[in-house]
Design a protein around this ligand. Structure first.
Ligand SMILES: [Zn+2]
Length: 244
């Protein structure tokens, strides 16, 4: 089984999302759909009920207006979600202290309900790593584009993992990240429908991440898939989750 641990199926029409889910079932691709705000999270929870291969992660994107209802939404749905995300810091357009206050609140929440965090960071990698020191749960840095010294700093925290986007097919920066990080610390993602320079991105592109990791780690594709499946089970406890 392949896993796309970070995609946004709510970026398509409901009908298209349903047909993508069907196609993923056929191709043995399991998804963790990430929510961006309280309303988006409701759609994620609804989509996650369509198939046992689809899991929900609910979040509050740093570029969205913070909604205090988010905290109670997470607590209410804690048995239906595998992680909290997408959350994080984004200083590309706006640098203000409120983002950090909210991020710290969300880290505390993850500690309290013992769910991993899927974290976005843009132009704020240093601050993200600083704040994550208080996390007691596994952290997945999605599309991490910090420089080499920050990757090493992140690796010093044993709870930190990285997810590699399908765009690693053409992005040297992500190829470098694969080389620097042990495969036991890697996941694959598409961030679809975003982050793709060709046609519309969908989770079906996840094979690009797997192929590049297998190539750069000199592994057979099926061994690469097995190791990453082990990482998914360890961090997201998906097998236990299905039995609940
Ligand atoms: Zn995303």
């Amino acid at each position: 089984m392949k896993y796309d641990i970070h995609c946004h199926l709510t970026g398509y029409t409901y009908c298209d999302a349903k047909s993508i889910i069907k196609e993923c079932e056929k191709k043995k691709i399991s998804l963790i759909i990430n929510g961006l705000n309280v309303l988006d999270n409701l759609k994620v929870l609804k989509l996650s009920k369509l198939s046992s291969n689809i899991h929900a992660s609910i979040g509050m994107h740093p570029t969205d207006m913070f909604d205090s209802g988010f905290i109670s939404q997470v607590i209410k749905n804690k048995n239906s979600i595998v992680s909290i995300g997408e959350v994080g810091l984004d200083y590309k357009e706006r640098i203000d202290n409120s983002q950090r206050i909210i991020f710290k609140k969300i880290i505390n929440l993850a500690n309290k309900i013992n769910k991993p965090l899927i974290v976005h960071s843009r132009n704020a990698e240093k601050e993200v790593l600083e704040d994550l020191k208080s996390s007691k749960v596994p952290i997945i840095l999605h599309c991490f584009s910090g420089k080499r010294s920050l990757i090493h700093e992140a690796l010093a925290n044993p709870l930190i993992y990285f997810s590699i986007p399908a765009s690693c097919e053409y992005s040297e920066q992500f190829q470098e990240l694969i080389k620097l990080v042990s495969i036991e610390k890697l996941f694959c993602e598409t961030d679809s429908p975003y982050l793709w320079k060709y046609e519309l991105n969908t989770p079906l592109n996840i094979s690009h991440s797997y192929e590049m990791i297998a190539k750069l780690k000199s592994l057979k594709l099926k061994d690469c898939e097995q190791i990453i499946e082990n990482n998914v089970n360890k961090v997201f406890k998906i097998t236990e989750f299905k039995n609940n």
